[in-house]
Each structure stands twice: as C-alpha cells, then as structure tokens.
Design a protein around this ligand. Structure first.
Ligand code: GRF
Length: 203
C-alpha cells in the first residue's frame, strides 16, 4: 500500500482524479495539505474523511509549520507526496526531508513554460502567445528550484487550432487527469527508476 499526501490550493481536480482513478488496493491518500481553508480540494478531502492539515510558514493560528508537518507525515509514514495544484513554493528544508518523494503536476511541457509565476492561466496564456502548436502536462520530481526536478512523464496535446488560452487549459487539464494517476500507479507498483540521470518507468 502506497501512503500518499497531497498538497492542494484550489479546485482539486487532480486530487480527485488520483482518488478516483488509482485503485484503493494500491494507494491510500492519508493526508491533504492546503494553504487555503476555503478551497474545493479541502471540501473534497473532508467529504472523503481524509485528514486535512493547513500549512503556513508565517506562524498563523490553525496552520502548521512545514517542519512540524514533515514530522506528522513521517509518522504515518507517507511514501509519496503529490503537489496537485499547490500554489506555494515548498521550502528547501521540507524538500530535504522527502528527497525524491515529492512530485508535481505542471500544465505545460517542461522545461518550457515553467518557473516562478508560471501557474494556472499564466502558463496557458504564455503558450498561446508563443504560437506553439503543442502543449501538454508534465509530472516531475520536486527539488529546490521551481519546476526544475527530473521529469517523470509527459503527455502532449495538439493545440494547432485553438482560439484562446482557455481552450489550451481545458485540453491540458484532460491529460493532467490521465498522467498523474498513471504516474502514481507506477509508484505504487514500484516501477519508477533512475538510469543515466533520467527517470525510467518500467513496463
Ligand atoms: C492544474 O492545472 C495543475 O497543473 C496546476 O494547477 C492546476 C490545479 O488544478 N499545478 P486542480 O486544483 O488540480 O483542479
């Protein structure tokens, strides 16, 4: 059983797709962490009786500090951490606690259209303006630089005839909901390897 914690900030559609598409014989979403008490993702977690933590590095009432959260997650113990639409940068000291155990879903084909400020519609607007004919989604390991960790999987979409950035967002979100559950399933089957400084997914 792969114990998972998911960091969320908003709608929660990626959390939902993992919850619904990966077998419950293989994974257990043991905790949902958010910086936003009012988001739909937290509402979903509560409906599914998944424990929710609110995290902040600003010592806010009702919020847990990152290193204290790390201790709580290690008690479970959490095997894999998903950033599923989490909008804050994970502090370096937290990354150090979970080396090669934190993955992120990014709504573009990294290394293009990534980095600080490249989230949500900012990404799709930049892709649209670039006149690119493909976009897609990337699942990658999280390190101490935005959108920089080793790429685990990518899936492209044809955006040759889109009329606006919203059409790109809709098209990319569909493949996000396929690729993140696919990668989580492969982690659950212990089929993720590092070879020649690349990530390999065994069949
Ligand atoms: C997704 O597009 C994801 O790629 C990005 O933020 C968005 C989150 O959507 N990181 P949701 O909260 O999972 O619906």
């Amino acid at each position: 059983m792969l114990n998972i914690a998911a960091f969320v900030s908003g709608r929660g559609s990626n959390l939902k797709s993992v919850y619904e598409r990966v077998s419950k014989d293989k994974i257990k979403i043991c905790a949902v962490i958010s910086d936003n008490k009012e988001c739909l993702a937290v509402e979903f977690a509560s409906q599914k009786n998944i424990p929710v933590f609110f995290v902040s590095n600003k010592n806010k009432d009702g919020f847990i500090e990152y290193l204290e959260l790390a201790g709580e997650l290690k008690k479970i113990p959490v095997d894999l951490i998903l950033l599923a639409g989490f909008l804050k940068k994970i502090p370096d000291e937290f990354v150090d606690e979970f080396e090669n155990k934190i993955i992120n879903i990014h709504p573009a084909l990294l290394p293009s259209f990534g980095g600080k400020g490249m989230y949500g519609m900012n990404v799709h607007e930049a892709v649209f303006k670039s006149s690119a004919k493909i976009s897609g989604a990337t699942v990658h390991f999280v390190d101490k630089i935005y959108d920089n960790g080793k790429i685990i999987a990518q899936r492209a979409v044809d955006i040759g005839n889109v009329k606006n950035a919203i059409e790109i967002a809709e098209s990319v979100l569909k493949v996000e909901h396929e690729i993140l559950p696919f990668v989580v399933d492969k982690f659950a089957d212990n089929k993720i390897r590092f070879e020649n400084n690349r990530v390999v997914i065994l069949e």
